[in-house]
Design a protein around this ligand. Structure first.
Ligand code: PLP
Length: 453
């Protein structure tokens, strides 16, 4: 059945307008796309428009979107209150060198909700937010290095990406991992200043931080790293991190660019982490480019005070542009505690039912995630760290088959990353996902039997 699905996709693809656009794109972009994260299996699906929980591609297919621009669109596509507010704003100008009242409104909303965020600065992306948070930790402590979690994704700042792509048998895959350059030509000094930690490894964390305590400015940690496996932080890991960091004067930088969507006060608050600095992005821009760095007032003084020049100047032509500020405020105002609770319940139902489907078939899969996020793994035991979640070539091909099967059913399931729900989804959408997964598991076990025969 799965092979039939693949065949149908191939036949359809011969006439596909997406395929045609991809051929045109190859003439202008080095690999035919303009971001490395675009799925190309076998070519990208070009979007015509979004409609709430769904998107419509250029071939007229309507797909339930579980990607939501990499978890950005917490209200799905074309959320009316944001569209109206932005349309109103557009005629009065989209960016100024001067500040606007809009930035104060979004800042007040975020600092009012997120305990770790006593002060805030806006930038244009999660990458930029992480970059400035790392620089802020360096400027505050006067130390050059950072520690970060093996396999976690934090955007494209050199120091934040060293160590994100460690793989079995390659350099760095030691019991105590060693950061390796993310790409050829990375200056050796970058990896020398990055110390890798394994998620949920309490003893490794203590040993690593104490060994380089006089050089480490901050520990960069996503409380539930999505690309590394989207697994829960164990309470002992969070406690040890807090104690060890405080003992050595190392700052904790919580990267919540993705995981802020876990609750009204964010993910750190949910898991008992009290960071000194916090980075956010994605949902806070209401579908427009954004990032922000927040933190303790004392640490945020590196960006300057009323009386003192900044030790870390931070500007940015489009930082705090009114479009992102207004869209973000309207989107976040709609994320009331009730809206978060509803998403939480929908997510619990989905993850619980996916797990029940796996258990009833004794299928070799597991599910991780929390709140509106989930990830299906082709692993019998749910991962607790990056090494458990790492996909072998065979497992990667299982996941590709699963994504193709979902696509055939009319669902866009991200591959190797967190999938997410949005506030505009309803129970029928969850049922659609569950049916697609049940069918996949049945077909998967049948094709396994066929392979054995
Ligand atoms: C945890 C985390 N940090 C940083 C980033 C980078 O954000 P952006 O893509 O907005 O630069 C991402 C993006 O997915 C992320 O998930």
């Amino acid at each position: 059945m799965l092979d039939q699905a693949t065949n149908r996709l191939r036949q359809a693809s011969a006439r596909s307008r997406s395929k045609h656009l991809f051929n045109r794109a190859k003439a202008v972009f080095p690999d035919g796309t303009t971001r490395a994260t675009v799925e190309k299996d076998p070519f990208p699906i070009y979007v015509q428009r979004g409609e709430g929980a769904y998107l419509v591609d250029v071939d007229g297919n309507r797909l339930l979107d579980l990607n939501n621009n990499f978890t950005t669109l917490i209200h799905g596509h074309g959320f009316e209150p944001v569209s109206e507010a932005v349309v109103d704003l557009l005629r009065s100008g989209t960016c100024f060198a001067n500040p606007t009242e809009h930035e104060i409104a979004l800042a007040a909303l975020l600092t009012g909700r997120i305990p770790a965020m006593e002060r805030i600065r806006f930038v244009n992306s999660g990458t930029e937010a992480v970059m400035f948070a790392v620089k802020a930790a360096r400027a505050f402590t006067g130390r050059p290095a950072i520690a970060r979690i093996e396999g976690a994704y934090h955007g494209a700042y050199d120091w934040a990406e060293a160590g994100q792509g460690v793989s079995p048998g390659k350099d760095g895959w030691d019991p105590a991992p060693i950061a390796t350059p993310a790409y050829r030509g990375t200056p050796p000094s970058v990896v020398e200043e990055v110390h890798l930690l394994r998620f949920n490894d309490v003893e490794g964390l203590k040993a690593r931080l104490s060994a380089a305590s006089d050089r480490i400015a901050g520990v960069l940690i996503d409380p539930m790293p999505s690309r590394a496996g989207l697994m829960h932080p164990e309470p002992a890991f969070i406690e040890t991190l807090s104690e060890t960091a405080s003992k050595y004067g190392i700052l904790i930088i919580a990267d919540e660019v993705l995981n802020l969507r876990q609750g009204y006060a964010g993910a750190s608050a949910r898991y008992g982490l009290e960071p000194d600095l916090i980075t956010v992005g994605k949902i806070i821009g209401g579908g427009f480019p954004i990032g922000a760095i927040g933190g303790r007032e004392e640490v945020m003084r590196v960006f300057g005070t009323e009386d003192a020049k900044p030790s870390l100047p931070q500007g940015g032509t489009f930082s705090a542009n009114p479009v992102s500020m207004v869209a973000g405020r309207v989107a976040m105002e709609a994320m009331t505690p009730d809206a978060f609770n509803r998403l939480e319940k929908m997510g619990e139902r989905l993850r619980g039912s996916l797990r029940a489907s796996i258990a009833s078939r004794d299928a070799p899969y597991s599910v991780t995630g929390a709140a509106s996020l989930f990830r299906i793994h082709p692993k019998r035991v749910a991962p607790t760290e990056y090494r458990d979640a790492y996909l072998s070539a065979e497992e990667a091909s299982h996941m590709r088959r699963m994504s193709r099967h979902f696509l055939e059913t009319g669902i866009l399931l991200p591959y190797g990353a967190a999938a997410c729900l949005s506030t505009v989804m309803v129970n029928n959408d969850i049922d659609l996902i569950l049916r697609a997964f049940d069918n996949f598991l049945d077909a998967d076990s049948q094709s396994g039997k066929d392979r054995v025969r």
